[in-house]
Each structure stands twice: as C-alpha cells, then as structure tokens.
Design a protein around this ligand. Structure first.
Ligand SMILES: C[S@@+](CC[C@H](N)C(=O)[O-])C[C@H]1O[C@@H](n2cnc3c(N)ncnc32)[C@H](O)[C@@H]1O
Length: 210
C-alpha cells in the first residue's frame, strides 16, 4: 500500500512533468541549459543593489519568476528567508546549486505564476524582476505585510514591440497599480537587455505598502 509520503512525491513529480510541457517552461529550460551559468555570473539587478539599505535583515521574501535566483540569492545572503518561484525547473536547479555553493538556504518551487495565489499579509519583501503577469499586481498588494517592500522591474511596450503585447507594460501602468503606496523609486528608461541584445524601455518601481 502506498504511504502518504510516496503519494505526495508522485503528485509532485506529476505536477513538475505537466509544467515542463508548458511553452514558457520549454523555452526557458532550453535557455537556462545553454546560458544559465552566465546568468548566475551576473550581479543582482542595480535597482535592488541601489536600495539594498532599505531591506530588512530578517523576514520572509518572495522572488517571483526567480530564474537562476540572482536576486533571491542576494536576499538570502543578507539573512532573509527566500522562496523562489519559477516555471523553469532548469533555472531553479541552478539556483539551488548556487545556494548550496554559497552556504545559504533558498526554498524553490516550480510554479506557473499565471495561476498564482499567495496568503495575505505574509511577505516582508517581494521581488518581480523582468516578468509580467498582470493579475499578480493584486496578489502582491495583498500578500505583502504592511510596511513591506515591493521591487518590480520589467519592460514597457514601445512601438517596435508589436508581438506578445501581454509581456509588456503600458507606459505608466506599473506606477498607477501602486499609486496609493509610498513610491520610493519610479522610472521608465531605455536599458540594454540581458547580455546586450537590444535596448528596451524598462519600468522600475520600489514601493512600500502602507
Ligand atoms: C527574463 S527572466 C527573469 C529571471 C529573473 N527574475 C532575473 O531577473 O534574473 C523571466 C523568467 O520568467 C519565468 N517565467 C516565464 N513564464 C512564467 C510563468 N508562467 N510562471 C512562472 N515563471 C515564468 C522564466 O522561466 C524566467 O526565469
């Protein structure tokens, strides 16, 4: 007879297998298999480094669409407990290996953020770097604790981006979604994309929940 632990393990493996069929998972698994080590060599995003003095020394953080975890690892090294979610199992495995090598703990889960649910008033910090799923705005709003910090940075649609409009913010959209919070940093500026592929308009926000 199958015990509860085996059933959970089988369910987890079935979930991961299903997720690996997702088009985003296939694309990013391929990309991280080729370039993941290079992504890990990159420093955390400048926005996070610039405002690192605002981070708490302890507490719970979420790194949403964490990839290889370069931002999440930085928070873990600073003493935060970090949960890293991403659809790419390959990315998260690299993140776990990096955490082990650096002697820090990183909780990871393969997760499709288009179906995100988070418990309310739970996180001290939420990171969302270079990923957009609009319904997460409301979830992040609810799931940060009062006084918690949101770091959000992703691309803004320009006239050149006619494909996949759902991957891009409208100008001003991100700021408007958190307009009633304390806006610590807000900018929309062109920036060279990962590994210098092409410049893209990037929106960046640091906001504190009241
Ligand atoms: C541009 S990368 C950014 C990774 C990381 N935040 C960073 O700055 O290094 C976008 C990430 O979104 C993840 N992703 C794409 N679609 C996703 C989905 N539906 N659910 C969860 N993660 C997803 C990819 O696997 C990839 O790691």
């Amino acid at each position: 007879m199958m015990n509860r632990q085996n059933m959970q393990k089988q369910r987890h493996e079935a979930g991961t297998r299903m997720m690996s069929e997702h088009e985003d998972a296939k694309r990013w698994n391929r990309r991280y298999a080729e370039e993941g080590e290079a992504w890990l060599q990159d420093a955390p995003r400048p926005l996070l480094l610039h405002y690192a003095h605002l981070l708490p020394r302890q507490g719970l953080a979420l790194d949403a669409a964490a990839g290889v975890g370069r931002q999440g690892l930085f928070l873990a090294e600073r003493g935060l407990q970090v949960i890293a979610l991403d659809i790419s199992e390959v990315g998260l495995r690299l993140a776990q290996a990096a955490a082990k090598a650096r002697g820090v703990r990183l909780e990871t889960a393969v997760y499709d953020l288009s179906h995100l649910w988070l418990p309310p008033h739970t996180f001290d910090v939420i990171l969302n770097f270079r990923f957009l799923e609009r319904h997460t705005f409301a979830i992040y709003r609810q799931s940060l604790k009062p006084g918690g910090l949101l770091f959000f940075e992703t691309f803004v649609r320009s006239p050149r981006q006619t494909d996949t409009p759902h991957y891009y913010l409208q100008p001003g959209e991100l700021r408007a979604a958190f307009a009633d919070w304390e806006i610590i940093h807000w900018a929309e500026a062109p920036e060279t994309c990962h590994h210098g592929r092409f410049p893209k308009l990037t929106a960046s926000l640091v906001a504190r929940k009241p």
